[in-house]
Design a binder for this molecule. Structure first.
Ligand SMILES: [Zn+2]
Ligand SMILES: [Zn+2]
Length: 459
């Protein structure tokens, strides 16, 4: 094959956030993910960073489609801006597309988008590429990796993943398919580097059950749990345990309420009838009969959790005897706001549990042994670590070498850099501008570029 395949990274390699990568063959482009991240150094809601999109329309190249691996903001957040400039089909699982629809509606552009559902193990074509989604486990339902057949060979993009042996929905990581592709021959593996610093394997999502049960059994009052709103498995888990204890479950906050609706519509929640109630119905129950799933585990200023902590929530109060569980990690940069939130919740008389005092959160990203396992399953010729800060990428590259990929076949790429691939060769290509772009809420795009090394936010 004389015409080489080109891989260009526009975001997500050098920071965790704003993921966007392009595969190009004969001027036809396939984009993988289109994410955003919050600009932590800027105050104000809606100050978002998205990848630099200028490169997309250049050199006469044409975007044939965007394939989305899963519903997290760092993978879908830039779609409204991308589609406005480059209308193109968007492919994702039903769950992912439900969140994409919500994201587009927030930015006022849902109706015109060409959204096409994909399913694990069902191949489809995008330009010259044939894409096969492969089921992985992660902290939002229906997440997939992608095996992309290109004229140069098979490229596997891991998406965000962990290898959860016991997922809440029973939908397991598809070992078999990765292994089959490995025997067939994989040209390139692109793999999630988020948790490369953590030894061993990540705990299963179901491992949270005993802790949540224990905390709920001790709670005399209302039980509050705050997690990322798209973590439908966690919402399901706390709702099922609540049902065991005779508690009804009410969502608090716009995003959590929408996630509960999406989860119910698509069958991910599957709760006994009557388990879910509205916050308005909660007043008919005693405190020990109630669980609230609330948004705002990062201490976001206008979130339900913050309103509860500051006694400004219109319907619900936190009182002595209540239990609050912050079931997510503290994203760096948010610690001050979160500790303030915890202090205020204690002031209301609640008992508060969070990651550093009780095992109330597990990560959705693979640890070292799982990352090595994916490399061993797929046995790629070439390897590029993705989804990480620079230090994560460096460590993941070392792991790949220890796992048997020759050093000359491992490439450390950063945003703006490219790789030229043939079936038996890979080398670095030219760089393109990849400074992140600040967008405000609504559709105003500010002509202001942010040099990568000064961005502090993480999403
Ligand atoms: Zn991600
Ligand atoms: Zn994710």
């Amino acid at each position: 094959m004389n015409i080489p395949l080109k891989l260009t990274v526009l975001g997500g390699l050098g920071e965790i956030g704003l993921n966007l990568m392009l595969l190009e063959w004969e001027g036809q482009l396939l984009a993988i993910d289109a994410g955003a991240m919050f600009a932590a150094e800027r105050s104000g809601e809606g100050a978002l960073l998205i990848p630099q999109l200028r490169h997309l329309g250049q050199d006469g190249s044409k975007l044939a489609g965007v394939v989305i691996t899963h519903a997290h903001e760092d993978h879908i957040g830039a779609l409204p801006y991308l589609l406005r400039r480059f209308p193109t089909p968007v492919y994702g699982t039903e769950t992912t597309l439900a969140f994409v629809r919500r994201r587009l509606a927030e930015a006022g552009g849902a109706s015109t988008a060409d959204l096409r559902p994909l399913a694990p193990r069902s191949r489809f074509s995008v330009g010259p590429f044939e894409v096969e989604p492969i089921r992985v486990t992660h902290s939002t339902p229906d997440s997939v990796a992608l095996a992309i057949s290109t004229p140069a060979g098979i490229v596997i993009h891991s998406g965000d993943f962990k290898i959860d042996p016991d997922p809440i929905d029973g939908e397991k990581f598809d070992h078999q398919r990765f292994a089959e592709l490995g025997s067939q021959g994989v040209l390139l593996l692109l793999s999630d580097s988020t948790n490369i610093e953590r030894k061993g394997r990540s705990p299963s999502e179901t491992s949270l059950g005993p802790t949540l049960r224990e905390l709920m059994s001790r709670s005399r009052g209302k039980f509050f749990l705050s997690a990322f709103s798209s973590h439908i498995h966690r919402i399901r888990q706390v709702a099922e345990i609540s049902h065991e204890f005779g508690r009804r479950v009410a969502p608090l906050g716009r995003r959590v309420t929408e996630s509960v609706r999406i989860g119910t519509d698509l069958g991910h929640l599957n709760l006994p009838p009557g388990t879910l109630i509205s916050p308005g119905e909660a007043e008919f129950f005693d405190p020990h009969q109630l669980t609230f799933v609330a948004g705002g585990s990062q201490g976001e200023p206008l979130s339900a959790m913050m309103k509860l902590a500051t006694e400004t929530h219109p319907r619900v109060r936190v009182n002595a005897g209540d239990t609050v569980v912050l079931s997510s990690r503290f994203i760096p940069g948010n610690e001050r706001a979160i500790y303030q939130l915890i202090n205020d919740l204690y002031r209301r008389g609640a008992e508060v549990f969070y990651d550093s005092v009780a095992p109330v959160h597990v990560s959705g990203h693979a640890y070292q042994d799982e990352l090595a396992e994916l490399i061993q399953l797929t046995r790629p010729k070439f390897f590029v670590p993705i989804h990480g800060e620079f230090r994560h990428l460096v460590r993941h590259l070392s792991l790949a070498m220890e796992t048997g990929i020759p050093e000359r076949n491992c490439f450390l790429l950063e945003d703006g850099q490219s790789l030229i691939l043939k079936s038996d060769d890979a080398h670095r290509g030219p760089s393109v501008p990849a400074d992140a772009v600040v967008v405000e809420s609504g559709d105003r795009m500010v002509a202001e570029k942010v040099p990568r090394r000064t961005t502090l936010g993480r999403s």
